[in-house]
Every structure is written in structure tokens, then in C-alpha cells.
Design a protein around this ligand. Sequence first.
Ligand code: MG
Length: 379
Amino acid sequence: MRFAAVILAAGSGARAGGAPKQWRALAGRPVLRWSAEALASAGAERLVVVVPPSDVEQARVVLEGLIAVVVAGGAERTDSARAGLDALADEPPAAVLIHDAARPFVTRRHVEALLDALASADGAVPALPVADTLKRDSAAGLATAPREGLLRAQTPQAFRYAPIRDAFSRLEPGATATDDAAVLEQAGGRVIAIPGDPRLMKLTYPEDFAMAEALAGAARIVRVGQGYDVHRFGPGDAVWLCGVRIPHTQGLVGHSDADAGLHALTDAILGAAGEGDIGQHFPPSDPRWEGASSDRFLTHALDMLRAKGGILLHADVTLICEAPKIGPHRDAMRTRLGELLGLPLDRVSVKATTTEGLGFTGRGEGLAAQAIVSAESPR
Ligand code: MG
């Protein structure tokens, strides 16, 4: 079934402490981005994201690359949900999923089960039984409350679009609800439960983030990328290596600044991201890259890795030449690479070797660089 999705991210999230939880990073990606990517990849034809009016621009940045409409929400959850539903009214979808941004682990399987359930209802909700004993606390002490028949409702919740929009439009001014199914229930619509999933947990308290990080980690893999580059020596009085200018009796010949260290590293990162090689992204035939600082090649590769949810973990570069001597510049190179890569010094390595006078590097005709990186990315 074709469907649209509304993601509610308009809450202040005060209980999670610090920044509102939709903007907090979870394994390197904002929580809102997790939810939006999950629903987009589950097949949502349209995505509406509802945020506080002051956060519309921030949401557009976080959602870059996804086809999503950002809408300003209202004071209450019901106001925000109504705004999200209204944004779909010009081309009403058959079905709509309404989801809390703070539940990042929604999958296609959840979505399909919910849409299937709409065959026999106006609304469907993933819900879990209550496993803990329920207590009511009062001045007189604790009393045990019956839990029979009680369910914990999660999101996303799926609805036929027409009845849920109608239910919201008939809601009394000032009426509130803690989920969207409640609005349809009050309007007399039929809502059914499907089995919920602990992984649809809502990030509410600070400790929830620790558990979510563990879940997110289980869904990630480590990738390794390697790169190799050579440049020929030519006339000049300095070489660029690993982003550092080193005075020398010769220069390196190349279309850009000929920084073989940064080129090898750029290819290693592109390798880890599965995004081709430096020549594809920055063809030597393109006059824009003539004399270019190789910083920008590296930054571009890193952006591509990050756009896929990847995080660079570590980088190791080996420079192969008889001269210039690398040792005196090694710390400056590591510091510069750390700045460019956003890594602490102990995750950046620069090594040097000669080839004992053998081959083109031994004869001093040119210089070679190898790089290897590790990165973590979604499975
Ligand atoms: Mg090169």
C-alpha cells in the first residue's frame, strides 16, 4: 500500500536533558535523521517533518538529501500532528504513518505490518503487553493496579488518511492526546493493535541514549579503505605532504598541489565509502582543480562517507621517499590531518620509509604514498 509519513519532532524533549532529543547525535547521526531515513527507505512516498517554528532551518540541514517537507508545529502534540496531516491535504494519500522522531529504530518490517492491518481497521498501533507490575503511589503507600488488558502503544501508528484527518479536524479546541490513535478512537474510528517491538523504544530519559547507542552499534559494521598515489619530482623549492609545506630542493609535479599523502588518504576514504576514486570526483582534465589545495579533495571524500552515516575511526599514511626527510615534519602532519579529519592525534598516524635506493623512489624520481583508514557505517 502506498503511504505518506508524518514525523513529529516538535517536542522540547526536556526529560532527556540537554538539547531536544531529536537533534542529539545517535551513533553520529541526529535522532531525527535516523527516523526520517528509516521511513524513507521503508517506502514513504512523501515525508512531512513537524518541528518547532524556530527549528525549521536546522531541520532542513539535518534532512539534507532526503525528500522531506518541513512544517512548523504547534504548542501541543495534537496541533503538530494536525499541521503534518494538513500538509498532505493537497494530494491526499490513502494511508499515513504518524511517528515520533524519538523512536529511531523503525524498519520496513514494522511499516508493512501496520499497513497490512489497515485492511480491517481505520488505524493500527504497535503495542506491547505490560510486563512489570503496576503500582499506584500515594500518601497511604503503594497499591497494586490491575494490568490485565493493558498495552503500551508505540509509533509509528498507521491510519487511513481521510478518517484520521477528519478526526483531528473535529477535535475540540484545547483538547490534547498523548498519541494519535486516541484522537481517532474518540471520533469513533476502529483502531487495532499489532505486536509491538522493544526496539521501537522512545528516547525519553538520558539513560535511554546509552541503550540506543548499544542498539545502533549492533547495526553497524567496520569498513577499511586503502589508497595509493605517486607524484614525480620537478622544479621547485618545496613539496606539500599531508597538508604541510616542506621546503625542499625540488617540487612535486601534478595538476593540483600534488600532495600524494592527501591523495592517497582521499582514495582510502572513498574506498571505505564505496564511492569510486579521486580521479572520478576531481578529474585532472577539469581546470577547476589546477593548483588546488588537496584539502578540499579530502573534505569532499569525508563528506561522502558522512552522508552515508559513516564515521571515520582512524587513518594511517605511509610516505615512501629518500628525500625530503619526513621525521622533522611528522608531528605537524599528524596535527594537520587530525584537524582535517576531525580525529584526535592518537587516531592519526604518519609513517615514512625509503626503498633502500631501489626503484623510482630510490632513484629520487618521485615519491609515493599509501594510506589506510577504518570507518564505521550502518550495516
Ligand atoms: Mg595524486
